[in-house]
Design a protein around this ligand. Sequence first.
Ligand code: PLP
Length: 394
Amino acid sequence: MKRFVYADNAATTPVSREVTEAMAPCFETVWGNPSSLHQKGREAKVVLDDARLRIANVFHCTPKEIFFTSCGSESDNWAIKGAAHRMKKKGRDEIVTTAIEHHAVLHTCEALEREGFKVTYVGVDADGVVKMDELRAAVTEKTAIVAVMYANNEIGTIEPIREICDIAHAKGALMFTDAVQAVGNLEIDLSKLPVDMLSLSGHKIHAPKGIGMLFIRKGVVIDNLIDGGGQERGKRGGTENLPYIVGLAKALEVAEEKMADNERVARLRDRLIDGLTKIPHSRLHGHRTQRLPGNVNVGFECVEGESMLLWLDLAGICVSTGSACSSDSLEPSHVLIAIGIPHEKAHGSLRISISHETTDEDVDYILETIPPIVEKLRNMSPLWEDLQKKEQNA
Ligand code: PLP
């Protein structure tokens, strides 16, 4: 029987009831401007400070190290451009990043290249893990910032961030990690993980779209993002988005509680991986174990990812393809290309990203629905016919 299964949580998540309930008073009663000195302002300031403190508690950092932004992309841009411009004054004009970063990082680096910065895009192995020897060779005394994502948004591979921090710091460079996909899915303790900066985005963890955060460790100085009224310690001006900040604090706390359910989610993920890779001429993309608990990315030869996506949509299942993050791009994913998947095969991949809301029945339904769709599409494909002939003649 047809069901509705949302399995595109890496793209965005629904706002949870806990979050909307936590936000409601900020629309109804606590609507003051936290900078106002009167009672409505003071009331809002108390709520703002409380949210910042609760977030600091989740990450084991201090409230002064938390800066609210509007999204993950803004945080990524600020971290990298702010650090690059500041470090250039110290003669450091090189950036080291990886070939599999989100476009919020890659396009930021390209913009800095146009300004004259030298950017090295370190490669990854077939599982999507950063090549540490290449990274070590790329980081020099001229490196301003090393930017490596915590976990990849397409293939789910988790990167060795701790080790990368040590490499960056040994050369005096700053270390930034885009943790947009990791936050809420992996435990991150900033009292132990020595990153200088870390970005996250609310809408990936059941908070609304329009709220992000950048952690900037005490003592790390980067250029301001928005000059304005002194909000966010003078670094990112603009009246604080109090309802969404409160929503983010709640979402992070709920995510921390639900971390206990990660093993169940990872079991569902593994059922999906095992089931889907039984389909002939399919392969898992990303690391088998060192991957996000909810991420499945499988390629099917001789099938267009977009066609599969549309058939799955008709069956009530929401997933995405490997064709970049934006559905309006039919370019093969730069991440799949970086792990060595040839162009024609990179087009036939699906990313299924499940969550704590996913059930065994949802997984059963996905596993029942995908194989006949793959078969139907292959039966219409001349490439599949050629492949079958080649196999018969082999
Ligand atoms: N970084 C990663 C790894 C992402 O997956 C995303 C969104 O998909 C972003 C950054 C951008 O976040 P936002 O949509 O909040 O701008």
